[in-house]
Design a protein around this ligand. Structure first.
Ligand code: NAD
Length: 297
């Protein structure tokens, strides 16, 4: 396949590199020149603009920060829908964005005769590097079948969640649960320290006990417990706290619109907001542990 890939950040770059490894021809574009250099080092090609990158592509993939970037890249004059409507590639947005933006962009794509999937991911940067991401996909069954082989080069579990926007709906529920869970793990490890416990021992025990979770076993926020976790590298991302804050805000807006009770997510959101206000928005979201530890006596 000839693939145009827009957004080569913490996630997009390793995902694009896996497409290259699978034998696809990948042309990328990012506002950040260093990210483009990294793609060429991984065997891809780069272009001078998003429009150039998707020229002649069978598949277009975007991995951008938020809904406004996705709307801008697809819908603006000279945007991806405009540029590709003649060549009819399959459009796949892997960013985590609000359901309304996902549905609005898909509707514009459909009007232009283009099939589009919302295909946000779970699994973090390690999952992106190892090609083991989980994809939660919204869109028609036909578009899903067309996109699945490409997604399989980047992920291990590819789920069709439902119609347009359903992938994003699953993703914001997933991240709302993760945001709360990370705070829970942080509280447990802070209390453990106050009780004189060793973090490594606590980690080893809880990873086989009922408190276990992905946040605890793979991504533990207490330094010295998981060698590959951001906590082992001064919370370098990973998944930035400002992106987690964006996602919990999305879940809270959806909860408000649907009358869903989500008091723990509201509390967790205030913590991630405090982390960002303290200047740690570009750190991994597990830095909430350090912020919370700083609130104690
Ligand atoms: P990132 O900030 O590292 O990467 C985004 C990239 O998009 C940046 O390199 C930026 O320069 C580029 N970009 C922004 N606007 C652009 C434009 N108009 N044209 C071209 N490039 C543009 O973020 P990330 O961690 O890679 O996350 C991307 C998306 O994936 C987000 O929606 C995030 O919520 C989601 N996500 C991230 C993780 C994770 O662990 N990092 C996990 C799952 C989902």
């Amino acid at each position: 396949m000839k693939i145009g890939f827009i957004g080569l950040g913490n996630m997009g770059l390793p995902m694009a590199a896996n497409l290259v490894k699978a034998g696809h021809s990948v042309t990328g574009y990012d506002l950040n020149a260093a990210a483009m250099t990294a793609l060429t080092q991984a065997g891809g090609q780069v272009a001078a603009s998003a429009g150039e990158a998707v020229k002649g592509a069978n598949v277009v993939i975007t991995m951008l920060p938020a809904g406004e970037h996705v709307r801008q890249v697809y819908l603006n004059q000279g945007g991806l829908i405009d540029v590709t409507k003649g060549q009819k590639p399959l459009l796949i947005d892997c960013s985590t964005i609000d359901v309304d933006s996902a549905r609005a962009v898909e509707a514009e794509a459909r009007k232009a005769g283009l099939a589009m999937l919302d295909a946000p991911v779970s699994g973090g940067t390690a999952g992106a590097q190892n090609g083991t991401l989980t994809f939660m996909v919204g869109g028609s069954a036909e578009a899903f079948e067309a996109g699945k082989p490409v997604l399989e080069a980047m992920g291990k579990n590819i789920f069709h969640a439902g119609d347009a926007g359903a992938g994003q709906a699953v993703k914001i529920c997933n991240n709302m649960m993760l945001a709360i869970n990370m705070v829970g793990v942080a509280e447990g490890f802070i209390l453990a320290q106050k009780l004189g416990l060793d973090w490594q021992k606590l980690h080893a025990i809880c990873a086989t006990a009922t408190s276990n979770s992905w946040a605890l076993s793979n991504y533990c926020p207490a330094p010295g417990t998981v060698a590959t976790a951001p906590s082992a590298r001064d919370y370098a991302p990973g998944f930035m706290a400002q992106l987690m804050l964006k996602d919990v805000k999305l879940s809270q807006a959806a909860a408000e619109a649907t009358g869903s009770p989500t008091p723990l997510a509201a509390q967790a959101m205030s913590f991630y907001q405090a982390v960002c206000d303290a200047g740690d928005g570009a750190k991994d979201f597990s830095v909430v542990f350090r912020w919370l530890a700083g609130q104690g006596r």
